[in-house]
Design a protein around this ligand. Sequence first.
Ligand code: FES
Length: 275
Amino acid sequence: MGLRELISKLEDLDVLDGVADRLAGAVNSAVGPAKSLLSGTWLEHPLHPLLTDLPIGCWSGAVILDLFGGSAGADAVDPLVGLGALAAVPAVVSGLSDWADSYGPERRVGLVHAAANVTGLGLFIASLAAGRRARRLRLLGLATITAGGYLGGHLSYARGLGVDHQVFLEKPAEWTDALEADSLEEATPTLAEAGGARVMLYRRGTQIYALSDVCPHAAGPLHEGTVDDDLCVTCPWHGSRFRLSDGRAVHGPASAPAAVYQARVEHGMVQVRAV
Ligand code: FES
């Protein structure tokens, strides 16, 4: 059985759903208002991939020094393992927060990804007090987090978890009809289509706002969300909030902005074009 088939079987392993769903609910309850912080909304970039570099680098360095550093490198092994363990804590927390907003195959693979990495963390910590068995535990730890990393890569590159879901969307660069102006009700998020692009329109008096209807976090339909007095729309799926004026994410889990369009009324039609 090849790796692809193995992962495909893991994606279908619905026996994991019970524990995964309970854990995801508990994680989201615990994360609460820290969601934006942990998602990287403030940074306008997903936080988790940035935080994984340090523990992986420390632990890889420790194993390399252990194997090839001789007596000169031996003193640095345990400090590197310890530093990696400390740095792993925020990486695990941010990863769990991201994972808790996934579903189905991504949630199942993500659970195993997390379990592998937490096991790797445990093996590295155990190596600090393992005496002669320490090297074996570190090697096992590195192999385990490498397997976990493989699954993490699969989640991003093959399943699109954590990527900006607007990145491949076509957006009309020229003024394009989206909706009859009379159909756009006051203060009502409305779905329109412009040149094949799904656009959320919102009118306040004579001002018309237009955002891509596809939430950058996981493609939720923004026109089904609510717009508050601060002129931000909240995605109905995971609660990301985007400013209508410039699309900026002001609350996570989204870290990328919603694509924003210019809008005008011409010949009785609301027209939009990409900014
Ligand atoms: S799809 Fe997750 S917040 Fe919109």
